[in-house]
Design a protein around this ligand. Structure first.
Ligand code: CP
Length: 396
């Protein structure tokens, strides 16, 4: 069950700045629309362009990659989410009422070019709890003017005129950068600058998922500071090649000093991209183990992050099917794991976790979804530059 962590502390001398991302803009074309590379050329976006680093200043900046964050930025979100969770659990009426008007009368738009259950609904729930008006676009591909050939960049500018924050998901790498670049020179009539939050861009990144995954590990393991994180043995299992959540989480953990050991467990063809592994081994503190053998490493793990085979990223579905039943976490497998293992998964799952495991107290993947609301509330408070107060002290 959830346990409050008073304040998560970063110990400065173990923080790591992560390597620049080498992810390429997608050249995939959808009928009637431009590829991300063509969109970038159209708006004059330089190659590998990124919005500025956050470094404690969230206001007016798009958030498209965990590479914009420092270890202290991660700690700020974790600590704010913890205070938000405590407030919501306390059911203190005055505090809850204050929460409801925290970001009133601003608005947030969701623009999803790719399906989602958790990310869109938890952003929308988080926004509504904070008093934001929500404009929801769950199917941009079919139900927006994208279907008539409007570009991602133009869509972002249009939405930026309507709401100051856009939460965007797209199936192609670089779509979040395109939207952020298109928005950067805009100023709205109220003087604010519109921004985009990357809710997943193809096999690129899913940075708000990384924030909630980090927070879940810290809460489940009741960690007090980043030194404690460094004691953990963390395994990631499944399609590590196409899984954007594992890319963002690995970079995030590394930025915070890293676990004792990263275990990347996958078939060789779906292994963690080499540039990410190299960024860990080059001067990083963590040991890195790359293996296909779950049974060999499972007894060592404190955290196991399971991911599904990303069938929508394969051109050849026969190839995809070859990997689908390679790993399956069952109650029998769980007997080989530590008594205090934390088992997480970004979801949706397919066959990789047997539903009989759901009742195991170590299975934290549904709690992880709920944590997404608190973490996204914290992120929205930061993006709107209204840091959330410590209600418990405030109302004493
Ligand atoms: N974890 C995650 O991104 O889930 P959705 O695809 O349902 O948003």
């Amino acid at each position: 069950m959830f346990a409050s962590v008073e304040r998560f502390e970063i110990i400065p001398d173990i923080t790591r700045i992560i390597e620049p991302n080498s992810s390429e803009l997608s050249t995939n074309k959808r009928e009637g629309s431009l590829s991300m590379k063509e969109e970038a050329e159209r708006i004059g976006m330089p190659e590998h362009w990124r919005p500025p680093k956050i470094e404690g200043e969230w206001g007016n900046k798009s958030f498209i990659s965990v590479e914009q964050l420092t270890a202290n930025d991660f700690a700020e979100i974790v600590n704010m989410a913890t205070r938000i969770r405590d407030t919501r659990m306390s059911k203190e009426q005055r505090a809850l009422f204050e929460l409801k008007s925290w970001l009133f009368p601003l608005s947030m738009q969701t623009a999803f070019y790719e399906p989602s259950t958790r990310t869109r609904t938890s952003f929308e729930a988080a926004a509504q709890i904070l008093g934001l008006d929500v404009v929801s676009n769950p199917d941009m591909i079919r139900m927006s003017s994208f279907s008539k050939g409007e570009t991602v960049a133009d869509n972002a500018i249009v939405m930026g005129e309507i709401s100051p924050v856009i939460v965007q998901r797209h199936p192609e790498v670089g779509a979040a950068a395109i939207a952020a670049f298109a928005l950067q020179s805009m100023t709205r009539c109220d003087g604010t600058k519109p921004r985009v939050i990357n809710a997943g861009d193809g096999i690129g990144e899913h940075p708000s998922q990384a924030l909630l995954d980090i927070t879940t590990i810290i809460w489940e393991k009741r960690l007090k500071n980043a030194n404690d994180l460094h004691r953990l043995h963390i395994g990631m299992l499944g399609d590590l090649k196409h899984g954007r959540t594992v890319h963002s989480l690995t970079k995030s953990l590394n930025c915070m000093g890293g676990p004792a050991v990263f275990y990347f467990i996958s078939p060789e063809q779906l292994s963690m991209p080499q540039p990410i592994i190299e960024s860990l081994t080059r001067g990083g503190q963590s040991e890195v183990v790359v293996t296909g053998d779950l049974a060999e490493v499972l007894p060592s793990l404190d955290v196991l992050y399971v991911t599904r085979i990303q069938n929508e990223r394969f051109k050849d579905l026969d190839e995809c099917r070859r990997y689908e039943n390679l790993y399956r976490i069952t109650p029998e497998i769980m007997k080989e794991a530590k008594k205090d293992l934390t088992l997480i998964h970004p979801l949706p799952r397919r066959g990789e976790i047997d539903p009989r495991v759901d009742s195991d107290p170590r299975a934290a993947y549904f709690r992880q979804v709920g944590n997404g609301v608190d973490v996204r509330m914290a992120l929205l408070c930061c993006m709107f530059d209204r840091p959330y107060p410590n209600f418990r002290n405030w109302y004493k």
